[in-house]
Design a protein around this ligand. Structure first.
Ligand code: GLA
Length: 405
């Protein structure tokens, strides 16, 4: 009997380890997809999600790499008498399994949302005390991604709560990307790596480039505010293949100006941020689509080295963010934080790039790089000559530099 139970324990342990391994390779580059919250908030149903799935394919978003279709808050119905969660039957009359099947038939993946507390942020049933049952349901439905929020968690230890859900996902056995949405309160970059694949570093994004939205008791943040909210030099050390800092889902296409959307997207690419769009893909215009599907910008984000960029230089309203790339290349993104046009004069030879974290450097007095402009490929140049140009307000100049050998 004793030998029998030891064997069972060892078997369970082996299963958990094997399932842990399946989770490891799920996000070698930052996850790309769409999430319902920024545009639709609680107005989600299966009809919308299916239409978005169709639009993801037809618009070319899927081909550009966006595969996760994530339903955020408010999909929930009630728990049954055994405690299992079910989707709202009015909004999801065919159930989650049928929706997952539809999404999978399109070559996409399904994401879902829950909360470590007893209720979600919008007051739907949370997973507290039901973690293993919820994970089992997600696995049965065919869910591929879980965003796990942090509302109504008074008294809970963040690391412990996220670990519990991770263990529940492992036990359910279906590989699921695990997105920690704890807003950076408990420094998740320090402990998130072995628990999830990405972790929020801030409160919610707000659809503006440079503002703080006061909701009375809590704030949401513009693009520049999120850029500044943490010590980037510190937190970037914790990001890498399989584990990413998440500056929140994007607002591209939700009403900012084209240059602001371009700058927002470029910065998220430079930060190796998860690229989770938050607009209405069904009705997006050509300008939004061109930004979200720019292959060169996406390649910077998805670079296999997975190094989060950093601020290299700043003067007046201008900043230079750089990101070491594979193949001895660098991405360089000049950002104009101001609203007016700014003149840029940048003599590369006076600015060595030396990244202590990645041990990569570029000394332009010794090596010449050629570059092209990510947003206007026809524009190329060389670091031999100082860069002299103007950058519009709330806009960027994003370059990819390759060394001439
Ligand atoms: C929190 C999260 C958001 C969103 C909402 C849903 O605010 O940070 O991203 O999921 O909850 O209620």
């Amino acid at each position: 009997m004793k030998r029998y139970s030891t064997t069972l324990v060892l078997l369970a342990l082996a299963c958990t380890m094997l399932s842990g391994q399946k989770f490891k390779g799920l996000a070698p580059t930052p996850p790309m997809g769409w999430n319902s919250w920024n545009h639709f908030a609680c107005e989600v149903d299966e009809h919308l999600i299916m239409e978005v799935a169709d639009a993801m394919v037809e618009s070319g978003m899927k081909d550009a790499g966006y595969v996760y279709l994530n339903i955020d808050d408010c999909w929930h119905g009630e728990r049954d008498s055994l405690g299992f969660i079910h989707p709202d039957p009015d909004r999801f009359p065919n159930g989650m399994k049928a929706l997952a099947d539809y999404i999978h038939s399109k070559g996409l993946k399904l994401g879902i949302y829950s909360d470590a507390g007893w209720q979600t942020c919008a007051g739907r049933p949370g997973s507290r005390g039901y973690e293993y049952q919820d994970a089992l349901m997600y696995a049965r439905w065919g869910v591929d991604y879980l965003k796990y929020d942090w509302c109504n968690t008074e008294g809970l230890n963040a690391q412990g709560a996220y670990l519990t859900m991770r263990n529940a996902l492992y036990a359910a056995g279906r590989p699921i990307v695990f997105s920690l949405c704890e807003w950076g309160n408990n420094e998740p970059w320090k402990w998130g790596k072995n628990i999830g694949h990405l972790w929020r570093i801030s409160g919610d994004i707000y659809n503006c480039f440079d503002c703080v939205k006061d909701h009375g008791g809590w704030n949401s943040w513009g693009v520049l505010q999120i850029l500044d909210i943490r010590d980037n030099d510190e937190i970037r050390k914790y990001a890498g293949p399989g584990h990413w800092n998440d500056p929140d889902m994007m607002e591209v296409g939700n009403g900012m100006s084209v240059s602001e959307d371009r700058a927002h997207f470029s910065l998220w690419c430079m930060l190796a941020a998860p690229l989770i769009t938050g607009n209405d893909i069904r009705t997006m215009n050509e300008e939004t689509k061109a930004i979200l599907t720019n292959e060169l910008a996406i390649a910077v984000n998805q670079d296999t080295l997975g190094i989060q960029g950093y601020r290299q230089w700043a003067a007046d309203s201008l900043e230079l963010w750089v990101k070491p790339l594979s193949g001895d290349r660098w991405a360089a993104c000049f950002l104009n934080r101001g609203t007016g046009e700014a003149n840029l004069e940048f003599n590369w030879k006076e600015h060595d790039f030396d990244d202590d974290f990645s041990k990569r450097s570029a000394h332009f007095d010794k090596i010449t790089f050629n570059y092209f402009n990510v947003w206007d490929e026809a524009k190329t140049g060389t670091t031999k000559k100082p860069l002299e140009t103007t950058i519009g307000g709330h806009d960027v100049l994003m370059l990819v530099l390759s060394s001439k050998k």
